[in-house]
Design a protein around this ligand. Structure first.
Ligand code: CP
Length: 307
């Protein structure tokens, strides 16, 4: 593949190869000299039309740990503020000859459109409600390193499924890798036809959490709910917030995951989020750098002579 636009277009073998490569980078010292030489002379541009802490920082670190030149563009400090369009912005940056553009945008499909216009490789860093492929890869790597496998596990993805590109990428990845996936949400926050993605749907969190190996919580994306049903926070936490009482229905050592940013006390109880033994939220962030190194390495291989 020239670009990484989503998990949907990847085969299980391709996912496995990316996870193996990311696992290699996860165990490498951050100043490894061989890694630091890999993308020397290459240019990686982070182009973020939406806010980010984890994804943008980890792509920057990943590119630097591979020796690339890196630039960061955020919408708040760019000429988009002066009215420049998505495609004009993309073509302007393209004229500076990046090898890879890492793009986040609020509209589903915007990254795909941009990938058809620029010369280098494009990595989707999250587009609207569509996909966030590197998030699903880092989640899978975190699970694999903790539990030793993916095949045969039972995962519950809970919360605002409707607005979640993280949920969509994770559903694609986990089902391809032989994981049984449940989604748990109020009916108003479920995407229509989600069953067709090969998941079991629950609107009762207690039933949905029964015997799962992993509980993956999602943020309530209030910024994407203009004019739609907006639940009361207190009611939402009562029925769909992860606390120790609801967690007791899952397997005894079930892992707790959250892609971040978290809203403590909305979708997850603060103590559960900080559970030293079971919460792997910090490991997810740590794996983010390794996964992004793997994606940058894999997508630039053809530029480096295919080895
Ligand atoms: N999980 C995630 O994508 O976080 P950011 O929005 O901070 O990048």
């Amino acid at each position: 593949h020239k670009h990484l636009l989503g998990i949907e277009g990847l085969s299980p073998a391709e996912i496995e190869r990316l996870l193996d490569l990311a696992n290699h980078y996860a165990d490498l010292p951050k100043d490894d000299t061989t890694a630091r030489a890999l993308l020397r002379g290459r240019t990686v541009m982070n182009v973020f039309f939406e806010a980010s802490t984890r994804t943008q920082t980890s792509f920057e670190l990943a590119a630097k740990r591979l020796g690339a030149d890196v630039t960061n563009m955020s919408v708040s400090t760019s000429s988009i503020k002066k009215g420049e369009t998505l495609l004009d912005t993309a073509m302007t940056l393209n004229a500076m000859r990046p090898d890879v553009m890492v793009v986040r945008h609020g509209d589903s499909g915007a990254v795909n459109l941009l990938s058809q216009k620029v010369d280098g490789a494009v990595i989707n860093a999250g587009d609207g409600r569509h996909e966030h492929p590197t998030q699903a890869l880092l989640d899978a790597l975190t699970i694999r390193r903790r539990l030793g496998r993916l095949q045969g596990l039972l995962v519950a993805i809970c919360g605002d499924i409707l607005h979640s590109r993280v949920a969509r990428s994770n559903i694609h990845l986990l089902t391809k890798m032989g994981v049984r996936v449940r989604v748990i949400a109020p009916t108003t926050l479920l995407s229509s036809g989600i069953e067709r993605m090969g998941v079991e749907v629950f609107t009762d969190m207690r039933k949905g959490l029964k015997d799962v190996d992993i509980v993956m919580m999602l943020r309530l994306q209030l910024e994407r709910m203009q004019g739609a049903y907006v639940p009361s926070i207190r009611e939402y936490f009562h029925f769909f917030g992860l606390d120790y009482d609801k967690l007791s229905l899952a397997k005894p050592n079930a892992l707790i995951m959250h892609p971040g940013p978290m809203n403590r006390g909305v979708e997850i109880d603060s103590e559960v989020a900080d559970d030293i033994n079971r919460s792997v939220i910090r490991e997810q962030v740590e794996m983010g750098v390794a996964v992004r190194m793997a994606c940058l390495d894999a997508l630039t291989r053809n530029l480096r002579g295919g080895n």
